[in-house]
Design a protein around this ligand. Structure first.
Ligand SMILES: [Mg+2]
Length: 185
């Protein structure tokens, strides 16, 4: 498998993680999600969990096992966020290293292809998830509570490099609204 394939998310959301729904995870047969923290769930500048995120976690945990796996080294930040959401976590994961995600997968005790790796970055979250054979989901970074942002220089460079290497990072081609839903009948 070439690097472009390793950088190719299985699903690209056009908005923040808050738009990932139980219907979407069920469509792809997912039983668990490993969630990146910084700018996927909580903006860098914020220590507290937004009411929107809390409501999203409470909804999703009824359908999937949830783990937080962060590259951040701060126990105060990542541990505090995890405890406030009552979720298990690893910090200092060094993604795209697989080690701590693999530990989370072992504790979830689910087949790897039934676990989604959800994050805002291609070279850390998506690359790590694809290296393990997980279902990878790229989301827009969340910079203010509840609001996704589209201008993000490092991420934009990662998108350009990934496309140069052959990955397709165009949300239009992966619009979740195109998924067949029972209500469409
Ligand atoms: Mg992140």
């Amino acid at each position: 498998m070439d690097l472009g394939s390793f950088l190719q998310p299985d699903l690209i959301l056009e908005d923040s993680v808050l738009t990932l729904t139980p219907e979407i995870v069920q469509t792809y047969g997912l039983k668990g999600l490993v969630l990146d923290v910084d700018e996927t769930l909580v903006p860098f500048t914020v220590m507290e969990v937004s009411p929107e995120l809390r409501a999203w976690i409470e909804k999703m945990r009824q359908f999937v096992d949830l783990w937080l796996v962060s590259n951040n080294l701060s126990e105060a930040r990542i541990g505090g966020i995890a405890r406030s959401l009552d979720l298990p976590y690893y910090l200092g994961a060094g993604k795209p290293s697989r080690r701590k995600i693999r530990s989370a997968l072992e504790q979830m005790n689910l087949p790897v292809h039934q676990v989604g790796m959800v994050g805002d970055r291609l070279f850390t979250d998506v690359l790590a998830g694809n290296r393990l054979g997980m279902f990878t989901v790229l989301v827009e970074p969340i910079v203010h509570p509840g609001v996704a942002v589209r201008k993000h220089p490092i991420r934009n460079i990662e998108v350009l490099i990934s496309e140069f290497l052959g990955a397709s990072i165009k949300p239009k081609q992966h619009r979740v609204t195109k998924l067949h839903k029972p209500s469409d009948k």
